[in-house]
Design a binder for this molecule. Sequence first.
Ligand code: ADP
Length: 350
Amino acid sequence: MASLQIVDVRKAYGSTQVIHGVDIAINDGEFVILVGPSGCGKSTLLRMIAGLENISGGEIRIGPRVVNDVAPKDRDIAMVFQNYALYPHMTVADNMAFSMKLRKAPKSEIEERVNKAAQILSLTKLLDRYPRQLSGGQRQRVAMGRAIVRDPQVFLFDEPLSNLDAKLRVQMRTEIKQLHQRLKTTTVYVTHDQIEAMTMADKIVVMHDGIVEQIGAPLDLYDRPANLFVAGFIGSPAMNFLEGHLQGGRFISEGGITLPVANVPAASDGKPVMYGIRPEHFILDSNGLPAEVTVVEPTGSETQVFAKFCGTDVVGVFRERVNAQPGQQINLTPDPKLVHLFDRQTGKRI
Ligand code: ADP
């Protein structure tokens, strides 16, 4: 195990810069998830950590060692790919043993490590099968087994669950988290799925257009997003936003409707802001402001209500059942203590 330091790392393909100076400090044993929309640079960054892409600027350190010019095989990392990259003509056992055989490790040690990894991943009964005889989830486990056998300083995962169906994804999420709790190996995991990031990570790095927007524990990002991008990206359904400005300690929407806010900063009269409210922070309240229902989606445990509120399309999530029909009116109050305000010019949290 080792810490991992990414210091002012940059990447350019020709004259196009795709990573613009990224700093991330990862502690020994930490599970860090790089998350962001497609094209934000997360796979490129992971591949630079792995040594599969050159680093155009900055420094990557694994433990005390700068690895910028160290070959991938000498970085003491193991990577799990989205497409598993298993050898089809080899059994599960041989796939898992392959890297150790290349290193000419003693046979007894190889057997011991493969058996141990198989046990951890419930693959013992499948060791003689070929990849084509396995389900998607089992193949993913073999790919992880191959990484575990190497006992690396750092695990790197590149969208490992993207090829699995929804139910299996949820199950594998839990398995990977349990695996990390057991092995405590420093892990960097890339996904575009913010739910995966929220549920698995010790620390999330939100990326966008080749920069880091925010780094923090999952619930810190959820409760205190640093800017509009993170506020809109983390959370499902996403945070609702209303445009307006601040006046006399309150928020006035574009349409002139006043909404309460706790803790408005001093001297902010006239400031153009974005008012953010999470779907579950609307309160059904007969004294609240009117909202016209457009769609009601009950899931059983909760109800999602899409509605027109202060001239904007919003979604509310309620634990109680809502019997309103489309076209009917409900009354909503945003919980003033849980409102987020963002500067409309800079996008930054106020
Ligand atoms: P993500 O993993 O977040 O979807 P990538 O790291 O794959 O994003 O890509 C980041 C950016 O770099 C994208 O704009 C992509 O088009 C660009 N890019 C990736 N690989 C290359 C390449 N080999 N040549 C040129 N541009 C590339």
